[in-house]
Ligand binder design. Sequence first.
Ligand code: MN
Ligand code: MN
Length: 454
Amino acid sequence: MYGKNIYSEVSKEKEKAITTFNEGYKDFISYAKTERLATEKAVELARAKGFKDFSEVQSLQAGDRVYFVNRNKNVALYVIGKKPLVEGLRVLGAHIDSPRLDIKQNPFYEKNEFALMDTHYYGGIKKYQWVTIPLALHGVIIKKDGTTVNVNIGESDKDPVVGISDLLIHLSADQMSKTAAKVIEGENLDITVGSIPLKKEENEAVKANVLKLLKKKYDIEEEDFLSAEIEVVPAGKARDYGLDRSMVAGYGHDDRVCAYTSLEAILDTNDPEYTSCCILVDKEEIGSVGATGAQSLFFENTIYELLEKTGDTNYLNLRKAMTNSKMLSSDVSAGFDPLFPEVNEPKNSAYLNHGIVFNKFTGSRGKGGSNDANPEYIAWVRKTMDEAGVYFQTAELGKVDQGGGGTIAYILGNYNMDVLDAGVAVLNMHAPMEIVAKADVYEAYLAYKAFLLG
Ligand code: MN
Ligand code: MN
């Protein structure tokens, strides 16, 4: 159903289903604040629904459910279809990395009797949005002996939080005349971690005290941060938003809202005609690069492994399987914001509560860098959605030449498969607190499920 508000004719049962589904979603994003945690949670949910690690299976038949984990930050899940793999797959692809601040390799310093840690931001952020809010630390420190120390500070009510200071308004005469891009400098996104000096220590005593606490809690030295990956993210749980509780406020909807709905869709898919795939990738916010990003060979390697275990070792069939596949690039869209209508062209904008958003193209400056889906494929998607009674809308990312952005769509398109961008409309994208509508979250799940079975 195209272009309608989901609540215009919603049943009591559906309203209930929307609420229940979003409770699960809130739990997921409240926990899965990094790509590692999202991968861990995806595996846990998949195992509960009968998925096995690929290494646990000897051969594959229709109906089998397997997953592959790549370096703890990237996961691919499959439900084997009745048709042979060479006839193509139905692929849902979402990213599980979100904009944040990463702790530098040599992070600690002391200044004016405060201990601080240096960060380098990851992805596109408005830097001024990340100061004076409670922040949590998540990640791993890998010691030289290979031991992994898991770090999780700032989520429990009993935990401390950290944060970045900003200047008091009373002394901001100079600062307030700067542009928004300069009002907080990237190099100044440093978190405060302590103010008590270590007794009898004369040199950087506050920093020494913090390091002593870390040594006691984790048995780590300052040098161990050389091989650490610690992400600074907004602290606290996702919450209902709006007096009518119609929305969810949380960190990392982009793109864990599409990751969760795609994941739930494949977990609830049984005996599909075509093999179902859900791939959750890392590094989208910095260009989909590297071993765990969408450009990695990991994805096609997993499909070749599947072919082999279904008894098909013809390499050409890997290429044919790719060409015959259909994909939804599950990524968020910019929701129309009533406070900033001027950046949108209203007929081609995404509205909250209007269902899953299909973007024929993304990109910037004349669609640059976008996938631009084929109308033949879009027609098939429309038909599939209408047959399943799914609410959908179509949109572009803002007015022509207003800005732009990209997704992983073109990367999968390079395999010569049909790809269309499809996701949930978000307000405040890339801010520490993003907003989605609960009805859209549920509708995305329905859309992805219909796609896998289409
Ligand atoms: Mn995204
Ligand atoms: Mn993004």
